[in-house]
Design a protein. Structure first.
Length: 139
């Protein structure tokens, strides 16, 4: 069995954003040479997420509005976490909802998705450098 590791780095210039990273993950699979196996894609920061869904602008807008209703950024005084002087408690909650990682089968050297599935990086506390781990194992 072979293993391959790659990292993607992001520095989003806004507080929140949703980026389709499917092509980047497929490029990593291509570099790995692995034809059959599994691909883990993991947000390595507790205020960001990796998830799978449809790449449709209305859905991305709906996610953003829904998450902001569930865990609004302001007022920051509503969160005990922010008593430490930080202002990102909402980002931790949004990450918990959207998830930390995804695992996708690799079949014949390609991501083995259902219809419309794509991999996204969700940023909930931007304006600083963050990374995503891609780990591929297989033959």
């Amino acid at each position: 069995m072979k293993a391959y590791k790659e990292e993607l780095w992001f520095n989003i210039n806004s507080r929140r954003d949703y980026i389709n990273i499917t092509a980047d993950v497929q490029k990593a699979i291509n570099k790995s040479g692995i034809q059959e196996g599994l691909c883990l894609v993991n947000a390595m920061h507790i205020s960001a997420s990796v998830y799978i869904n449809d790449d449709e602008s209305g859905l991305l807008h709906d996610y953003d509005k829904w998450l902001e209703k569930l865990a609004p950024h302001a007022p920051i005084s509503q969160y005990r976490h922010n008593d430490t002087g930080e202002d990102n408690a909402d980002a931790h909650l949004k990450r918990q909802i959207m998830g930390r990682e995804v695992v996708v089968a690799v079949t014949s050297g390609k991501l083995d998705f259902g219809p419309w599935e794509q991999i996204f990086y969700g940023e909930f506390d931007g304006n600083r450098k963050k990374r995503v781990l891609i780990k591929i194992i297989g033959e």
